[in-house]
Design a protein. Structure first.
Length: 264
């Protein structure tokens, strides 16, 4: 079964359309077949990225009794949100820069929900009408423990948000609430989870977010990051696989050696 995708190529501003085979290894584009490494990918989205913390059951459980202590005082009653600004966004195969004073980074394997039309006060049973498709996001962070205040210096560095390589169009055979997510570092499986473990499934998450803020076309909501995210260092190759969506690969390099926007 072929899957319809939309994507951008470096040097072009428009979204291209193509199809991929079941494993995502072959891309049929403009009458020719390509492998992933044969196309110069660019970031496939154009809007704000809204991230969600502690939306995996295991991630919330890992906080333990800390959530009942200062500064939290109680478990969250609404989604804990943050923004990944445009300076963080890089494409598949673009190097991830690790700052010179940092020893390791944290991988944030996330399913991205791309919004199709203005979404305000969306009802849970109508949420899928506002979804254009799905993409893969690596929400890179400098390791930190607190979720009380936005970790801007830890999460909003240049190049800290690889995205893509494409957007898989929404279809009936893709259930975003039951997708396996795997993280490989240097070809070794380091993390595996499933969106079946989300506290707020996709439709509930969109309802809760749009209760107080409008999501616009092209913006992307991250459903969350699974517990025990892998740590990586300079030289490590990361591959995030999301069932039915595809693979996102990037290599970590020292920031002095990183040339953002140049594939390696």
């Amino acid at each position: 079964m072929e899957t319809k995708i939309k994507f951008k190529l470096q040097g072009k501003s428009i979204l291209e359309e193509a199809s991929i085979d079941k494993k995502g290894n072959q891309i049929l584009f403009q009458g020719a077949n390509y492998k992933m490494n044969q196309l110069p990918w660019d970031v496939p989205i154009s809007g704000t990225i809204c991230g969600t913390l502690l939306n995996y059951k295991g991630a919330l459980e890992a906080m333990g009794d800390k959530l009942n202590q200062a500064p939290y005082q109680s478990p969250p009653k609404a989604p804990i949100l943050y923004i990944k600004p445009v300076n963080t966004m890089i494409s598949c195969d673009t190097p991830i820069p690790i700052p010179s004073d940092i020893q390791e980074l944290e991988v944030g394997a996330a399913l991205g929900i791309v919004i199709s039309r203005p979404a305000t006060k969306v009802k849970e049973n109508q949420a899928f009408n506002y979804i254009a498709g799905y993409t893969i996001v690596n929400d890179i962070s400098i390791p930190h423990k607190s979720v009380y205040r936005p970790a801007i210096s830890e999460k909003a560095r240049d190049g800290f948000c690889p995205i893509g390589p494409w957007i898989v169009e929404k279809s009936a055979h893709i259930n975003p609430d039951n997708l396996t997510i795997k993280v490989f570092v240097n070809e070794v499986l380091r993390q595996e989870n499933t969106t079946a473990n989300l506290i707020r499934p996709v439709s509930k998450l969109l309802q809760d977010i749009t209760e107080f803020m409008t999501l616009n076309p092209g913006e992307t909501v991250l459903v969350g990051i699974p517990e025990n995210p892998p740590k990586v260092k300079a030289g490590d190759r990361i591959r995030i696989e999301i069932e039915q969506i595809g693979n996102l690969e990037n290599t970590v390099v020292h920031e002095k050696n990183a040339a953002l926007g140049v594939s390696i």
